[in-house]
Design a protein around this ligand. Sequence first.
Ligand code: GCW
Length: 746
Amino acid sequence: MSQLTQAARRCTTVLGAAALLALPTLFAAAHAADGYRLWLRYVPVHGAWLQRYRRSARELLVPGAARSPTLRAASEELERGLTGMLARPVPTEPAVTRNGAIVLGTPQSAPLLRPLHLGLRRLGRQGYVIRTLELRGRHVTVIAGNTDVGVLYGVFRFLRQMQTRQPLEPLAIASRPKIRRRVLDFWDNLNGSVERGYAGDSIWKWRELPTYLSPRYTDFARACASVGINGVVLNNVNASPWILTPLYLTKVAALAKVLRPYGIRVYLSVPFSAPITVGKLATADPLDTAVQTWWQAKVAEIYRAIPDFGGFLMKADSEGEPGPENYGRTQAQGANLLARALAPYHGIVMWRAFVYSTNPHSEDRVRQSYDIFKPLDGKFDRNVILQVKNGPLDFQPREPFHPLFGAMPHTHLMLELEITKEYLGQQTSLVYLGTLFQEALRADTWARGPGSTVARVIDGSLYGQHDTAIAGVANIGSDRNWCGSIFNQSNWYVFGRLAWNPDASARTIATQWVRMTFTNAVPFVRPVVRMMMGSREAVVDYSDPLGLASQMAGTHYGPGPWIAPSKHLPPDWSDTYYSRADAEGIGFDRTASGSDAVAQYAPHVAAKFASLKHCPENLLLWFHHVPWTYRLASGHTVWDSLVLHYVRGVVAVKRMRTTWRKLSHYVDPRRFQLTSAFLTIQVHEAEWWRDASIAYFQSISHLPLPPGVAPPPDTLKAYEAFCIPYLEGTPGAGPACPPDDAPVPR
Ligand code: GCW
């Protein structure tokens, strides 16, 4: 029995019936809103909706004797949810005895479900049905799946129905995930820090493991299961070899045990050089038999400890990480080395396509991954999935889709999204990423004609592939509210929901998240969803409009468009490399007259991107170098338009703040104030981006500002000198800042 239920039962017996009236308040206090409960708050339901559906949500019942840990988790969640929302204890009983019962299970665990025609066959191993029906003469709600985890997903779906005040009967819901592996990638280091993490330290307490298992791990697993996330890569892709030592594998096994009942498998990032660093071999060459034997033995050791281990994630030959290139081998030879060790156990390798060289003479950075991997199509073993970022550069506020999508029909491809807002304002900005994820998933590659979307590449339907996957770089840390801010939670949520169904709508998901996280009151839901839906475009406007990218400071926070290549900074880690702003114009020519990166796309898409006339305006400067005076469809010159986008971004954030401020009476003070303060920080941040960017680009274009636009309050020099010495999530020491006379912009 959950603690909450026990508490509620104690309340009812001790205080008697009169006290029931006071329960909503008691529960409200128990739900002191600090964000910990995420979207699983289960606050009491009142009013007409409850009157109408009370009967359908009255009883809890788990028939059958086989109560696996997963079914136990499912029934406990249902109990927790119903107890919270009905504000009274909910009985559990061993058989169907009453009308209004909720019956959950699989045909194996609940024989009474077997004669029913539930349509389970079409639902695979992870799907579920929720049906209102007559069972042995009783009016019941059935939540069923082919497996226990399907039932668990169904329970969360049923609870969402209540949380968002949807009808509870008659119900005829059937759902199965379109993507098989829905994975969170943690960039957590074993010392507790998190690369690009803005929500405190790592949630994995390695020193305490395996002896102490924080209850937070279970709450994490519940939240993941509630949106269907079923895989977790525990450690940073810049991987420490320690993860493969017996000391750490014991800890990993302990975490795997906590996550298992929630249908979550554990994966690990491993360094390619592990045979040397851990195995004490002289080489990590994939063609060396001692290396192969070492990996086989290591994998066998892992599966002895974690029988359902998912597999490895590998960042090789990228940003200083070792890889097959060190031995003159291809990425496929490297990936297959691990794949063959994992294959006997049905493990997989998620091999990252984020491979590039920072050699100053290398080709256009955004071309590199395609040029390395495209020729290897068909050379990867079946249990390798190539993990491709949504865009060809690096999680920028806006990028075109990665040209590898649709270009490798004989290779399994998965999509990597970044949930942590590395380039979008980090912890304080309010940016709902549902729209960005949706844009990436709906991008049409034209690989097999129109409708060949990225979603169809990765859900396997375009090329008839079965082992499909999607990953999101997690934004979760040890902060009480998990994600650093309340609205950042929506990005964890929407990732899971789109991973389950990449065709779902970002707006619908936002609406449900708002209802579950805050309130169902329409005057709150509407403006907040509107604010969320516009929030990503706002950050694009004030930081990287018109297809600009990578204009940020070295910390990836705040503007740095002036950052130029130097002895210490390779060109493609600078900003001027991407903007290519000069006296004549701005933008990176990636057409045939430039780097010809457009040619990596299918002909229809390439033609569109290559044409100045047809290239979408929001990607213009990604593909074209245009004169400052070039006129856009709006009639504005590129220069005026650039400036107006910066201005518009600031206006949008101010509007968000105004919207939020009017809604205080709908939100508890703690979450309200946190969000309010963060929006104020974001207004300053947007102004800083606008002013610094205008100051810099004006120093190059030498053009006047469009009428009505105020000049930046500081000099370019001041913006350039402004430096933030310490920022969470930045690896290494970050840029050096002189503490004595660092100017502070107004
Ligand atoms: O975006 C860059 C980040 C690095 C990260 C790298 C990657 C984990 O700035 O911090 O390293 O991408 O994806 O490997």
